[in-house]
Design a protein around this ligand. Structure first.
Ligand code: NCD
Length: 354
């Protein structure tokens, strides 16, 4: 398709912006000293994380009673949000939707580009800009890495910007998953996040959740990470460099049993074969990266077993009965953590925390 000269200069500006280091980009996605677009896990510092966890705790307590739920539902009843999820999603979509409703936010959704004007040839950029004409917040999941960031960048250059929240972009980032994962650790460890050993297991190369969670762990002291994966799916070099730069120790191994006894959290993931080019995951033996009931005796009494879900075979269902299996709680924590984030972005969190 032929492109207009104006389009080309926008593209050039975007390319220029996109290649900057995240630390340089952060001011562009903040307003009045507050996070505005939520795109990268690197946007969360320790203070903000604690604030969001406290808001999430207060909100779940408050909404146990009808009066509290009615109050929460009045906080953002003037806000409308669009959920644009054009990549499969169950939990992230439903938790954002319900989190929005808890705060009184009215929602609309597109879950498939075949039902939007993208079928008529409208660019994804124009499609998203169209949403912003009708709503005050866009939450999006998109298969193309960088597209959510590009949308936020484009929106911030218009005369009617709206905040953008990244609900998962390609295989690069899933910041709100990292937020709920950290919230789950916070609740599991009674607020004590420092001095933890975390094992991340599975397809670390293409798993955006483990990438984002790794960035987030920089906010805590004396953290060490154990990356456990098949040779083919080792953590990417950019993340390992990030850890080296920040002096965070890590190990890499293919032997799950060897890290079990020392871990405070074991974070399991599935193989991300939607990113295969030609079915290459099929050639990898993933079974050494399954958590089985026999492993329960190897982990500490206080260790938590996590998974962003959906699971395939990485955790044997019988493990669910063990109190250290926290992934169903983790799933529910997502709704509260995301509600806390939206309340914060719209400045309503002080009405929850007091
Ligand atoms: C994850 C994702 O979409 O990246 N799922 C989720 O959001 N809970 C993990 C996955 O799909 O494996």
């Amino acid at each position: 398709m032929e492109r207009s000269p104006a389009m080309t200069s926008v593209d050039a500006n975007w390319t220029e912006f996109h290649k900057k280091d995240v630390s340089e980009k952060l001011p562009f996605f903040a307003r009045n000293g507050r996070l505005y677009d939520c795109l990268f896990a690197q946007q969360f510092d320790r203070e903000l994380l604690t604030r969001l966890f406290k808001t999430a705790d207060a909100l779940r307590e408050m909404t146990k009673k009808k009066e509290g739920m009615d109050y929460a539902g009045s906080l953002l009843s003037h806000v409308r949000a669009m959920l644009y999820f054009v990549q499969p999603s169950t939990r992230t979509f439903l938790s954002f939707l319900n989190a929005a409703h808890i705060l009184g936010i009215r929602t609309s959704e597109i879950r498939d580009t075949s039902t939007s004007s993208e079928v008529k040839g409208e660019s994804p950029e124009d499609t998203v800009r169209t949403f912003s004409s009708y709503v005050d917040l866009i939450i999006m999941r998109h298969p193309a890495p960088g597209f959510v960031e590009k949308t936020a960048w484009l929106m911030n250059r218009t005369n009617r910007p709206v905040p953008i929240i990244n609900g998962g972009s390609g295989k690069d980032q899933h910041p709100t998953q990292a937020l709920l994962d950290a919230y789950t650790l916070y609740r599991s460890f009674n607020g004590e996040m420092d001095n933890k050993k975390i094992a991340m297991v599975g397809d670390l190369k293409r798993g955006r959740t483990v990438r984002s969670l790794t960035y987030l762990m920089k906010n805590y002291r004396n953290i060490s990470l154990a990356f456990v994966s098949p040779e083919e799916f080792r953590m990417e070099a950019d993340i390992l460099e990030f850890l080296k730069r920040h002096g965070i120790p890590f190990t890499e191994t293919g032997d799950l049993r060897s890290v079990m006894g020392g871990a405070d959290a074991v974070y399991m993931t599935r193989v991300q074969d939607e990113h295969d080019k030609a079915g290459e995951s099929g050639a990898v033996d993933y079974s050494p990266f399954y958590f089985k009931t026999e492993h329960l005796k190897l982990i500490k009494k206080t260790c938590v077993i996590m998974h962003p879900l959906p699971r395939r075979h990485e955790i044997e269902p019988a493990v669910d009965e063990d109190p250290r299996a926290v992934f169903w709680r983790q799933e529910r924590n997502g709704m509260w953590a995301r509600a806390a984030l939206m309340a914060y972005i719209f400045g309503a969190d002080s009405k929850i925390n007091g």
